[in-house]
Structure formats: structure tokens, C-alpha cells
Design a protein around this ligand. Structure first.
Ligand SMILES: [Zn+2]
Length: 160
């Protein structure tokens, strides 16, 4: 069962069926914009409510553009997870460190955001489609979905 709420899945269904999942387009559909930029030391991602950006939701996502592309994608997906699942409890700002942990949220909440990110970037129906198309190794699947091999291995249930 996906951790992405069914109403959200309905709004991004086409994006969840196409590898690699277009995270920027997912954000746009949900009224968010993702900006890659320098962040404070040891900060990987920020979800912040700031009307000055003019997004439909009032929130934007900032990711550390110095990190690898696949990591930036996972961080952005994690922050989308906080927006979708936790925006009623985060106030105006959540700031995740390089472990994707934030000062104000429990590890259970962070695990939910990570699960959401995995469900967004590596939807099981899409993974199964790729496998039936003949893309079967962890590294090839990771490349097709633009995720790290570590994330892909975890998704497939391989020990790390
Ligand atoms: Zn987080």
C-alpha cells in the first residue's frame, strides 16, 4: 500500500507511471515550487511557508544544490512528503539535516516522509513495469528511476 494519499495519487497518476518520476512537476501539481540553492551548513532540505514566492500552496521547497542530483531528488520528495502528510503540524518551516532529520519532528514522522519519498520516486507498479521490460539489476533500475543504488536496493528489500 502506498503512503501517498489517494487524492494526491489521483492528481499525479500520470507522473507516477513515467520513469524517472518528474519531481518538479509533482511539486507544481501540488502548488509547490522546488528551488536548488546553497543552504546552511549540514542542511539538505527545507519546506517553508513564505507567501513572497507566490506559490499556490504558500509553501516552497529548498534543496542544497551542492549535493548529488539523485540525493536532491530524494530530499525534494521527502519535503513533498512533509507538505502532504504533516503540514498541519510543522508551522511555517521544517529544516532537514543531511540525515533528513529535523529538530522539531519525531523519527516516526521522518520515517513517514522517507516512506512517502520512496513511494513517490519508486512506485511499485512502475518498478514492476520496468522489471517486466527487462530492467532488472539494482543499478539499472536506479538509473532508470534517478535514485541512488542504496535507495533502490532498500526498495527491493535487499540487505544493505
Ligand atoms: Zn524531514
Amino acid at each position: 500500500m502506498s503512503s501517498i494519499p489517494s487524492d494526491v495519487q489521483g492528481r499525479i497518476a500520470d507522473l507516477l507511471n513515467t520513469a524517472p518520476v518528474d519531481v518538479a512537476q509533482v511539486a507544481t501539481r501540488l502548488g509547490l515550487t522546488i528551488y536548488g540553492q546553497p543552504l546552511a551548513e549540514r542542511v539538505s532540505g527545507v519546506l517553508v511557508k513564505d507567501p513572497s514566492y507566490g506559490t499556490p500552496s504558500g509553501f516552497v521547497i529548498l534543496v542544497d544544490h551542492g549535493e548529488s542530483y539523485v540525493r536532491q531528488r530524494f530530499t525534494a520528495a521527502h519535503e513533498i512528503g512533509h507538505y502532504v502528510l504533516h503540514r498541519d503540524r510543522i508551522g511555517d518551516r521544517v529544516e532537514d539535516n543531511y540525515l533528513l532529520r529535523s529538530a522539531g519532528l519525531s523519527s516516526a514522522i521522518e520515517a513517514q516522509a522517507n516512506r512517502f519519498a520512496a513511494d513517490l520516486l519508486m512506485p511499485f507498479p512502475l518498478v514492476n513495469q520496468l522489471i517486466s521490460d527487462g530492467i532488472t539489476t539494482v543499478s539499472d533500475l536506479a538509473r532508470a528511476l534517478q535514485v541512488s543504488e542504496i535507495a533502490m536496493g532498500i526498495r527491493l528489500g535487499h540487505p544493505t
